[in-house]
Design a protein around this ligand. Structure first.
Ligand code: NAI
Length: 257
C-alpha cells in the first residue's frame, strides 16, 4: 500500500523532542526520508535510531535555526544527501521568559524572536530555492493558540506566534505560483519538555499547574505530541494539495470558547 508521504523528503527543526520528534517518527513511518535537525545532538541521534529501528530512513544534522550560515549549509547538505526537499516543518521554538511586558529586557525579547520568528524566516528563505527547483513543496509552521488569542502571560512568545501565523499566510500567497504551500498549525497545550519546564517553574507546583492547564481545554485535558503530528502529516501529504494559507487549530476546544 502507498504510504501517505512516500517518495518525499522532509526537514524538521527542533526534532529531538516533543512535537518535532513525534512529527519525525510519523512522517518516517508514512514513507518520508527525514532530516532530523536540532541543537541537541544526543536526543536527535536517538530519534534517528528509533526511526531506523522501525525500518524508516532518517539522518541527523546539528542545526541552530537562528544561525543563517548553519541553516544554509544544512539545507544544502540535506538536498545533496536526499536529492530534494519537499517538506519543511518549522517546529523549533522556545517559551521564553514569563513576566509582564514592562519587566522584560530587550535582550530577553530578542533572544526569543531570533529563534521563534527569525528562525522560521531563515529556514523558509533557504528551503524555497530547492522547492522552486522541483515545483513542489509544503512548509508547515508551528504557531500556537498563543498566536490566535492572548492569555496574559509569556508576552514575547505571543508576539512571536502571532508573527508566524501571518508570515505563513503571506508566504502562501508569494509562493502559490510555485506550487509551494505554506500553512500554520496552532496547538493547544501539549505535554512536552517545553510545557514540563513551565510546570516545574510554576509557583503553584507542577501537579496543580497541570490540573489547571487540563481544565482550560474543554475536552478535559492537554494534548499529546501525536495529536499535532497527525495534523503535520496531513499538511505534508498531497491529501492537502488545495490547502494553503490555512491555520490548523488542534487545541481540544481551547479557542472555541
Ligand atoms: P520542546 O521544547 O519540547 O522541543 C523543542 C526542540 O527544539 C528541542 O529539542 C530544542 O532543543 C529545539 N530547539 C530549541 N531552540 C532551537 C534552535 N535555535 N534551533 C534548533 N532547535 C532548537 O518544544 P515543543 O513543546 O515540542 O514545541 C515545539 C513547537 O511547538 C514550538 O515552536 C512551540 O512553540 C510550539 N507549540 C508548543 C505547544 C506546547 O504546548 N508544547 C503549544 C503550541 C505550540
Amino acid at each position: 500500500m502507498m504510504k501517505r508521504v512516500d517518495q518525499k523528503t522532509a526537514v524538521i527543526t527542533g526534532a529531538a523532542n516533543g512535537i518535532g520528534k513525534a512529527a519525525a517518527l510519523l512522517l518516517a513511518e508514512q514513507g518520508a526520508k527525514v532530516a532530523v535537525t536540532d541543537l541537541n545532538d544526543e536526543d536527535g541521534q536517538c530519534v534517528v535510531a528509533e526511526i531506523e529501528a522501525a525500518g524508516g530512513v532518517a539522518k541527523f544534522w546539528h542545526l541552530d535555526t537562528s544561525d543563517e550560515d548553519n541553516v544554509q549549509k544544512v539545507f544544502s547538505d540535506v538536498a545533496r544527501e536526499f536529492g530534494s526537499i519537499d517538506i519543511l516543518v518549522n517546529n523549533a521554538g522556545i517559551a521564553g521568559v514569563n513576566k509582564p511586558t514592562h519587566e522584560i529586557s530587550k535582550k530577553e525579547w530578542e533572544t526569543l524572536m531570533s529563534i521563534n520568528v527569525t528562525g522560521v524566516f531563515l529556514c523558509t528563505k533557504h528551503v524555497i530555492p530547492y522547492m522552486q527547483k522541483s515545483s513542489t513543496g509544503s512548509i508547515i509552521n508551528l504557531s500556537s493558540i498563543y498566536g490566535l488569542v492572548g492569555a496574559a502571560d509569556l508576552p514575547p512568545y505571543h508576539a512571536s506566534k502571532g508573527a508566524v501565523r501571518l508570515m505563513s499566510k503571506n508566504d502562501a500567497l508569494i509562493y502559490a505560483k510555485d506550487n509551494i504551500r505554506v500553512n500554520s498549525v496552532h496547538p493547544g497545550f501539549i505535554w512536552t519538555p517545553l510545557v514540563e519546564a513551565l510546570a516545574k517553574d510554576s509557583p503553584e507546583g507542577p501537579e496543580a499547574f497541570k490540573a489547571e492547564l487540563d481544565s482550560r481545554h474543554p475536552i478535559g485535558h492537554v494534548g499529546a505530541p501525536d495529536d499535532i503530528a497527525y495534523g503535520v502529516l496531513y499538511l505534508a501529504s498531497d491529501e492537502s494539495k488545495f490547502v494553503t494559507g490555512a491555520e490548523l487549530v488542534i487545541d481540544g476546544g481551547y479557542t472555541a470558547q
